[in-house]
Design a protein around this ligand. Sequence first.
Ligand SMILES: [Zn+2]
Ligand SMILES: [Zn+2]
Length: 242
Amino acid sequence: MLPGMGIRNWVSAALELLYPGSCLLCGRQLLFDDRPFCPVCSDCLHSLQPVQATRRCRVCSLSLISEEKLCTRCRRRLYAFASNFSIFEYRGEMRELLYQFKFRNRLRLGPVLADFFAAALKERRDLGLLVPVPGNPVSVRARGWDPMVVIAGALARNHGFPVSRLLARRPGSAQKTLSYEERRSNLAGKLKMRRPPPPGATRVVLLDDVFTTGATASECAHLLTEAGVQSVEVLTLAIDVP
Ligand SMILES: [Zn+2]
Ligand SMILES: [Zn+2]
């Protein structure tokens, strides 16, 4: 760290308190009664609605319409994780927040997004260890930070959850436009264990931002299971409804 960095950070924090700017979602001026250091106003924060569906696929978390228990794609695929739960749908304001966080470097959204994970995790008993899905090293290098590592850090620091970065990723081409099968072959050999699970870590909750085909989460779950973890569940901020 550069000498004087602490003072600069302190000054920028003080300036942000004095001049908090405007809400990333609605553009209104942020006020002192909005959450400090949060770039979203309290009205917009409260208007973010988790998926309310009463019937969701028990594997991937997709809302079910006429299907029973499993959606049509989960009937065709075998995932290495036991289940995925997605808090929001990947659209509208949640999609915009993730864009601002990841592509506009709004790092102050990290603790805000971590709070959504924390609320979903607090409803679970016998939680186990939280493991972030590692980002593609090419994007991490370009961005200078890994989004899920920032969120997992806030979950440990602000909420006291046990977090460990057990997984690492080698560089690979972007996955965004690929199908499940293409993603699986794109991922082959790209993920690996960074370190073995700590003794007694039998349950893991994998954390990721967006659940799309489930290929990445499944590959991570496969590695963790091979390393001795007995049960892997997935918790994602948003599901990208196909
Ligand atoms: Zn707003
Ligand atoms: Zn499903």
